[in-house]
Design a protein around this ligand. Sequence first.
Ligand code: ADP
Length: 476
Amino acid sequence: MARFYSIRFRLTAYFLIIILAVMIIISIFLYSTLERYHMNNFTNTLERSAYLASDFVAGQLRGQVDSVRLSALAENMSRQSQARVIFTDSQGVVVGDSLRVGGMLNQILDQDDLRKALVGEVSFSIVYSETVGHDVMQMAVPVEDADGNLTGTVFLSVSLEEVYRTLFDIRRFLFLATLLAMAIVGGGSIILARRFTGPLEELTLVVKKMAEGKLEQQIVVSSGDEIGRLAEQFNVMARKLNFYTSNLKKFAADVAHEVRTPLTTMSLLTKALKEHEMKPAQRKEFTADLDGELERLIALVNDLLELSKLEKNNIEHQEINLNEFLREVIGENQFRFAQAGLELLENLPAEDLIICGAPMQLRQVIGNLLDNAHNYTPMGGTITVALERIENEAVTSVVDTGCGIPHEDLSFIFERFFRVDRARSREGGGTGLGLAIVSEIISKHGGRVWVESEEGLGSRFIFALPVISETDVTES
Ligand code: ADP
């Protein structure tokens, strides 16, 4: 049943119906024109023959008529025109007949066309002839003498078999032409439909495989038409889907791995606390470790929640004076940095730079970058937060004099759970998600973030956000 709904079947059926309709219209038009032409031609020829005969016998139907001579004349004419030739006098009595045996000599020809000819009209009709067994055309013309007096008639009767045979041949030709056209169009449309629907069938097969979970599917694009473009877009979609799915799998595995470490430590600590007698000081130490692991787990879950929130929600933006904003955040962090023996400096421009953003999230960006600078810069180091306008962007950088990042790791630094030194990150309470969150927030703000670093010398994390022009600010 599905085959009847297929594009291939329908396309072929539509083409066949269209060509059939076209051929029927052409055939009807062509046939009626040819039929009219042949019948007119036939009638005209017959009329010419009748007038010729009429001229010929005009003088012979007056007074005493010679039936034998007239019949011989009629027979002679009949041989040339293939028609039965009859001459009558002005009363409609047959005075000459080309049919010798069974003819109508001396009988009154009681016939409509003849009656009309006897009153001076030319008349013709098509009737079925019992004698010959098919249609014949009859024609009667008046015969007049030199003075214009009606002296008799010429009556011709000729078989239409020849004309009918020609018309039948035309009908047969048109029928065969229609069949041939349908065969060509049918065959052509099957080939065409196969060419067009072949790639769609391949696409269906590939989509089916994808639905079964085999995501590494690609289609060979062989044309640049709409179907080729569809296949191309499908390949892009399949690649992306495959990429996102494997990313998601990797992410789930990474999360499980990250959660497992603190949970294992916590389990060991709890067992030790439960099963061993301990001095209060040792118990306190174990409990503090347990607390530390718990804190790490909470931080990890919070960061994961933050990331998933970022993926889901659109940020509600507001105007932010970045100079004031940075000054405030730096002020809040001064004490913490001083305690760690670090110097936190600011290098902000005199000109106010206004950007559009979500304050809470930008606070998290600066917070994460400052946390990292704090964690990866040894005592006595300096961290500088700088802001400058470069063309239409407000460029903020957090520069430290810390351990720096190896060159080969720089391109992975914003990936989830990537750490250069896992143990050190853990020590500093890192989750490996801080920079991924930074990258996500900045891209949601339509900005860019990147890093420059020299191992052993320090790092510079930079993010650029579009500045709102003064006209934008006054308008709003
Ligand atoms: P983490 O929670 O481990 O700090 P991040 O995503 O914030 O995770 O950072 C990823 C890794 O990048 C860190 O583990 C660290 O190795 C490296 N990194 C980040 N910031 C700095 C920095 N200022 N100096 C040196 N290394 C850094």
